[in-house]
Design a protein around this ligand. Structure first.
Ligand SMILES: Cc1cc2nc3c(=O)[nH]c(=O)nc-3n(C[C@H](O)[C@H](O)[C@H](O)COP(=O)(O)OP(=O)(O)OC[C@H]3O[C@@H](n4cnc5c(N)ncnc54)[C@H](O)[C@@H]3O)c2cc1C
Length: 420
């Protein structure tokens, strides 16, 4: 990106211009080729050569714009391979959260954030992450611990999930400090014997997401790589903020799979004829079935877009405290609606296309196998349903009845209180 590529509007910081459509198309073509040739590193080489991994820097100070850009890329890649799009999404959500978490009031944290973003952009780094969750006999079990030592911490233990595990240059991970408080650290896993990148977590599914178990063998992390940790409210706010980003970007990719499935149905219905010789697309029942899928897809996209645009309302430490909990709910509803819609749409498309979906020459087979992972994370649907149910059943009227969803200033994309 040269300085010629900078745009400047009155009173606003220069923003590098990027041809998002063209670069997304480049990545999409590279992904198709890499899947056909079973050479995913080739896709990542092209992806790293574009500006797409660095959208967080390009859209600095514009969280809603960053959401739209990331969601656009993910929607396109998700229509080709939900698993690869999931790996890319993990890079996007972590870097987006770091780029947009409002900490301008804290010079030390801001400097740490800038150093990290510079390392990502200048080194063309990809970022993997783990929340250190392990599959144990209790939900939400954390498998790693960080022990304070002079100059840093020593981390040990295991984590079940790390997508993008072998392509990630940096690993941002959440763990528990000895006193039990959460902390977010960064490390460079490549060639580091203290970070063991283990086998695929799902040996027969989602292989292209490169989701692997990971073990920390007394990994020393210097103090400068502790991003945030301890009892302060900003630690929980960062984790919440990261989760909001995750929950709005995940459905974006799976809705890309839904859109592709509708297109696969369209192609099938227009090219295959019924017993009477007319294209199946002319059957009124098919028109209705596809119409219903399209309406649900559009409604789900609208829910995701509303939550994504609302990222722009978190612009200060005060917003973090006051608005984040509501935005977290909105993002949960978007993820729930978007991923369920995607799974149901792909399944309906399979019903329309029939057995030839598995005949090996279309995209539907891959979408069918991978879209089922949408509803499974990051936050499980059982938790999202209960959070919304509990709030609606609590003291006071249900807020949708007491007010309306359209004049709720806390959720408006502009961040301004809106009135009639
Ligand atoms: C393909 C894939 C890739 C992933 N990649 C990453 C990654 O790179 N980094 C990372 O940190 N994480 C990753 N994750 C993990 C993700 O962020 C979530 O932690 C994970 O999906 C949670 O699912 P779980 O089944 O492990 O949850 P669990 O909490 O073990 O829940 C299992 C089941 O228990 C029930 N349950 C749980 N809690 C409740 C409750 N409160 N009330 C009622 N029932 C409940 C539900 O039926 C739920 O489905 C990935 C997940 C997937 C599927």
């Amino acid at each position: 990106m040269s300085s010629d590529d900078m745009t400047m509007s009155a009173g606003r910081k220069a923003r590098p211009r990027i041809d998002l459509d063209r670069q997304t198309q480049l990545a999409a073509e590279a992904l198709k080729k890499a899947l056909a040739e079973r050479d995913l590193p080739a896709f990542y080489r092209v992806f790293r050569s574009t500006d797409l991994p660095f959208l967080g820097r390009i859209y600095e100070g514009d969280a809603a714009g960053l959401f739209r850009a990331c969601a656009h890329v993910l929607h396109r890649l998700g229509g080709i391979s939900p698993a690869v799009a999931l790996a890319v999404e993990n890079h996007f959500y972590v870097t987006s959260a770091i780029a947009t978490f409002p900490i301008a009031d804290d010079a030390r944290l801001d400097a740490r954030r800038r150093a990290l973003l510079s390392e990502v952009v200048e080194g063309r780094r990809l970022v993997a992450n783990t929340n250190s969750r392990v599959h144990a006999d209790r939900v939400n079990a954390v498998g790693t611990r960080a022990r304070k030592v002079p100059g840093g911490h020593v981390v040990s233990g295991a984590a079940s999930y790390t997508s993008l595990a072998t392509e990630g240059d940096l690993l941002i991970f959440t763990t528990a400090l000895e006193e039990g408080f959460p902390a977010v650290f960064m490390t460079r896993p490549r060639g580091n014997p203290a970070v063991e990148i283990g086998p695929y977590l799902f040996p027969d599914a989602m292989l292209d997401s490169d989701t692997r178990r990971i073990v920390f063998h007394d990994l020393f992390v210097p103090d400068e790589d502790l991003l945030l940790g301890g009892p302060g409210p900003e630690v929980v706010q960062l984790l919440l903020f990261e989760m909001v980003w995750h929950q709005v970007l995940i459905p974006s990719l799976y809705l890309g799979a839904a859109a592709q499935a509708i297109d696969e149905s369209r192609r099938f219905l227009r090219t295959v004829r019924g017993r009477d010789g007319a294209p199946l697309a002319e059957l009124d029942g098919m028109v209705v079935d596809i119409g219903r899928l399209v309406i649900r897809y559009r409604a789900a996209c609208a829910a995701v877009r509303e939550a994504g645009e609302a990222m722009g309302t978190i612009a200060s430490a005060r917003d973090r405290a006051e608005r984040l909990p509501r935005l977290y709910e909105l993002a949960g509803a978007a993820k729930y609606t978007g991923t369920r819609c995607a799974e149901e749409t792909v399944s309906a498309a399979r019903g329309i296309v029939g057995a030839r979906a598995y005949a090996g020459d279309g995209a539907l087979e891959r979408l069918c196998k991978e879209v089922v992972f949408g509803p499974l994370g990051p936050e499980v649907n059982a938790v999202i349903e209960r959070a919304h149910g509990r709030r609606a059943l609590g003291e006071g009227e249900f807020d949708g009845a007491a007010s309306s969803p359209w004049l709720d200033g806390a959720m408006s994309a502009s961040g301004k209180e809106e009135t009639c």
